[in-house]
Design a binder for this molecule. Structure first.
Ligand SMILES: Nc1nc2c(c(=O)[nH]1)N[C@H]1C(S)=C(S)[C@@H](COP(=O)(O)O)O[C@H]1N2
Ligand SMILES: [Mo]
Length: 245
């Protein structure tokens, strides 16, 4: 495919998944970040962007972050992941569902699940740890959050990331942990489509954070320059903010 430099800029509401300027993807692909399924996503791209990512984000992508060892698929413990929801499972209509990425970004996004699923798929088997005293080895499949964030083009002000969920849950994270290569927006659990109770259509999954940081039913990701007074549902009740594993 030849890049088409003459087409107009993005129309995020259109049906043909013009979510990303084409050259951005070529850049990411060149960096080895988007290795699977690249062709199909590139198919629909229009426009061109020549500015580099901001330096902070670029360094988070290119400086290798420490990987948490993953476990074999045979180690999964399907019965051990306890549904832990402060307010039950919110109803979500998949047809109208959108993941919003906004705030301190130059290219705000509104993505359907089919848009999200055009990004490279990643799978990992890790331990989910809840502060309430249980843990479970789980396989999660989905997209790297940093791929989504890179497409949204964080501005230099971006330092923190808020996650808002359909049940009213909210969380905030440091940008490093968000950009960690093992932090996923997951839509698969133990090789099956993610179930509603576990956060479908999209939830956070990461081996670098405790269970309460791993928001289910995420509808909006907001990049910010500061942490507000509200930092997270459990944090605002006294739990630790960083909550690293
Ligand atoms: N939106 C939302 N996300 C959430 C929660 C919640 O109540 N609402 N609970 C958290 C807690 S404390 C844990 S341990 C995990 C549990 O995930 P699971 O229900 O899929 O086992 O989800 C986290 N994410
Ligand atoms: Mo938890």
């Amino acid at each position: 495919m030849e890049p088409n430099q003459n087409k107009p800029d993005l129309d995020l509401e259109s049906d043909d998944t013009d979510l990303v300027p084409r050259r951005r993807f070529l850049n990411l692909a060149g960096a080895g970040l988007l290795t699977i399924g690249f062709g199909s996503l590139a198919e629909g791209f229009v426009g061109a962007v020549s500015e580099p990512l901001n330096q902070q984000v670029e360094s988070l992508i290119f400086q290798p972050q420490k990987l948490v060892p993953e476990l074999p698929i045979a180690a999964i413990e399907p019965d051990k992941l306890i549904i832990n929801s402060f307010r039950g499972t919110p109803p979500i209509d998949l047809a109208s569902y959108r993941l919003i990425i906004d705030g301190a970004v130059d290219n705000p996004l509104s993505l359907s699940m089919s848009d999200v699923q055009k990004l490279p798929f990643t799978s990992m088997v890790i331990r989910h740890v809840c502060v309430e005293g249980w843990a479970a080895i789980v396989q999660w499949g989905g997209v790297r959050l940093r791929d989504l964030i890179a497409i949204a083009k964080p501005s230099t002000q971006a330092k923190y990331v808020y996650f808002y969920s359909a049940d009213g849950y909210y969380e905030s994270w440091d940008l490093d942990s968000v950009m960690h290569p093992q932090t996923l927006m997951a839509y698969q659990k133990n090789s099956q489509p993610l179930e509603a109770a576990n956060g479908a259509p999209l939830r956070l999954a990461s081996p670098v954070k405790l269970g309460y940081k791993l928001s289910k039913w995420v509808t909006r990701i907001e990049l910010t320059s500061e942490l507000g007074e509200k930092q997270g549902y459990w944090e605002d009740l006294g739990y630790e903010w960083y909550a690293g594993l």
